[in-house]
Design a protein around this ligand. Sequence first.
Ligand code: NAP
Length: 257
Amino acid sequence: MRLKGKVILISGAGSGIGKSTSLLFAREGAIVIVNDLDDTNGRQTVKEISEFDGEATFIQADVTHVDSVKEMVEQIINQYGRIDVLFNNAGISGVGQLHEVDLDEWDKVMNVNIKGVFMLSKYVLHYMMESKSGSIINMSSCIAEIGLANRASYAASKGAVLALTKSMQVDYASYNIRINALLPGTILTPFVESYLKNSYDDPEKAIEGIKRRQLSGELGRPVDVANAALFLASDESKFMMGSPLYIDGGVVFGKDA
Ligand code: NAP
């Protein structure tokens, strides 16, 4: 019960890492607000939590729409009175070298991956500042630290999340609010499965290549990232401020040849 009684909002919680984190946080005693674009997936996460008597509520909202974000935050405050932890997890993939990326695609990736983090944080911070406590976890990626082929818009968005995390931490440290970033390597989720399908003629061969670039020799699992998020959400990480936390099977710091 490492999160007992904490009210925690997780964006993009109907799938992959967000879903796995929602289940883990609920098992650890949190009241989880499951946010997603997708109604069916979001409700399924809540259903699975209720099967072990965990506490969760689904709110369908698009993190890129200011009115939806404001309404969601107000609904949580009206119902629970506070938000202890915000996990800015929702994100989409962006494929292509810079000269190939069309303008709409660039805007879409930036809107979800960085503007979504900005907007959700902006409206939640107001209440965290009032209560002088909180933890915000921002989803970056190991791509913020290393060059990877064909991911120009995605890399730019995740680099921006990391820079924003550090800047936010300086501004809100005096309010007893901690802001840290997660930097996963390749984690097998629906997001990666569709990225592989759309980008490679032979997805199985692509997976073998990705396994080789991670020292682990394996792709990560959503729960690997959920466990790191649990640490950042809990008071055990109270001395972590503005930090990147790598869950990447050694891809950033390792080289085996
Ligand atoms: P996923 O399985 O696709 O889950 C992402 C969820 O976010 C989906 O349910 C998606 O809904 C939702 N979402 C997308 N746009 C949204 C919006 N505007 N408002 C609310 N929800 C929205 O992906 P994942 O692999 O778990 O990724 C989660 C996060 O980790 C992302 O930020 C991703 O960039 C990051 N990450 C992933 C990896 C990896 O290897 N998997 C590595 C590093 C970082 P729909 O299905 O309806 O679009």
